[in-house]
Design a protein around this ligand. Sequence first.
Ligand code: KIV
Ligand code: NA
Length: 266
Amino acid sequence: NAIMNIHDFTKKKLAGEKISVVTCYDHAFARLVARTSIDAILVGDSLGNVVQGLPNTLAVNVDDMIYHARAVRRGAPQAFIVVDMPFMSYQTSVEKALENAGRIIKETGADAVKLEGGKAILPQVRALVEAGIPVMGHLGFTPQSLLAFGGYKVQGKGDAAAETLLSDAVALEKAGAFAVVLEMVPAAVAEKVSKACTLATIGIGAGTATDGQVLVITDLLGMDPDFAPRFVRKYANLSSDILSALENYAAEVRDVRFPSEKETFH
Ligand code: KIV
Ligand code: NA
């Protein structure tokens, strides 16, 4: 497996090679992802929803991100790993952003951090890049602004909003970001941004014109039968596989069909 670096994102974009990214939160899944041709792992603050059972990402903290990112790194020693900076770990000041991003990089062995937002966080992006910490941006529907958006709504609709999104992406690129996630934006807007920028765009609910795609691993593996947003494709139906395995186990324990002679010590 080729080891990615930040420049490979731009190289792939310019070569027209699509970039595949998947989220990952633990060692077991990281080991599996590391055996595939997936280009990069995102330790997303979606771990709030996926792992912690929280209603959104707002309560996730830096220590949570570090705990999970360390486990992912151990499972995928060569992978390009991006770690989300959680809500309020970078918005309040440049110093705080530097301190927290520094902890994430030093304590996890991650390759980059991801921050949500455009012009409002440019000083933070510049400072991190100057300190040698690669930054991935995140525009469109940014889950840490869920309360401000008033729900899970497509962003960048209409000429004014599309213009703002484009200028935010350009500003992030100028500030030194190497890539940007575009979440839940109209495909035409994502296409325009992707063409106007040299930084790689990684889409989720943003159509096919982005330079890559990212999905939450539990979504693409079909681990939650009750969760099916429009932009997710389920490449497996693990929830039913897991349920039947667990039911088989429970039944065999009840019937004393497990363990067998071969599974027993004497
Ligand atoms: O936290 C996350 O999983 C993300 C991706 C959906 C882009 O930020
Ligand atoms: Na995130």
